[in-house]
Design a protein around this ligand. Structure first.
Ligand SMILES: [Ca+2]
Length: 263
């Protein structure tokens, strides 16, 4: 493939992959460009041509497995469960990423262990021995006889819980702070991971006002700085805010293949 053509295709794909223009059509275009570049690569190999080529390289692409991590359009993918008196809702009064967050409100409880929570549908495809981390930004405006819990659970293929890891906070602050649950190793028979954001009572008459935003779920020993497909050099996997996100950390890779032009 001529050098100029390879660069042209590469630039086209970068532009098509920019989050401002990322639509179903642009993703189709990206895949078509990828196919052309792959064909060119094969021709280069087969004919032993010298000169500029490109190659497939995983050059530092981070992956946020969380679906709807910023609560921007709705609370889809996050299942509500309430045993205390309270509610959960999308909130545009407080947010740390985008323009919306998840608000957990508790107004009363009959005792400890009651919850207002939202649970992310389980993420599948895990294997035992993998190390996972999850984080969420929280703004805890008010707590009385209550706490915030970030729960990470490993499940087997039948949804039986194999391990539970909780990280809790009782720190009231009108600033956004990270709550992280990191470096968790999937036990034997793990097939899924499940994340839950919980306002939990610790006694009767509990109250809580907690905003959550910017959830990140990574197969890593520590979470990265939050990103989603709307961030610089990031992209959504197919569906904006309803897919996983990838962070092209060096700004040179592109969707579906991570091609890099080599001069
Ligand atoms: Ca948000």
């Amino acid at each position: 493939m001529p050098h100029n053509l390879a660069h042209l295709l590469y630039e086209l794909r970068r532009k098509a992959g920019h989050s401002d223009f990322q639509t179903e059509e642009s993703i189709t275009v990206i895949r078509q460009i990828n196919a052309i570049m792959e064909l060119g690569f094969n021709i280069v190999i087969q004919t032993q041509l010298r000169g500029p080529t490109y190659f497939v390289e995983d050059n530092g692409v981070l992956r946020n497995f969380c679906i709807n991590p910023s609560f921007e359009h709705d609370l889809n993918s996050w299942t509500e469960s309430i045993t205390a008196t309270g509610s959960s809702s999308q909130d545009n009064a407080q947010f740390n990423q985008g323009l919306e967050s998840l608000l957990l409100t508790m107004t009363d409880s009959a005792g400890s262990g009651e919850v207002v929570q939202r649970q992310l549908a389980s993420i599948t495809g895990l294997s035992s021995g993998e190390i996972w981390s999850v984080g969420v930004d929280v703004r805890i405006e008010e707590l009385t006889s209550a706490k915030m819990v970030l729960r990470l659970e490993f499940l087997d293929s039948s949804d039986v819980v194999q391990a539970t890891h909780n990280v809790e906070s009782t720190s009231i602050s009108t600033s956004w702070v990270q709550l992280n649950n990191e470096n968790r190793t999937a036990p034997a028979t793990t097939a899924k991971i499940r994340i839950t954001l919980i306002a939990e009572s610790t006694a009767i008459n509990a109250t809580a006002t907690i905003n959550c935003d910017g959830v990140i779920v990574e197969k890593a020993s520590a979470r990265s700085a939050y990103f989603d497909g709307d961030s610089q050099d990031c992209f959504w996997e197919v569906n904006i805010h309803n897919g996983e996100s990838f962070n092209d950390v060096d700004g040179t890779a592109a969707i579906a293949g991570h091609f890099v032009v080599s001069a």
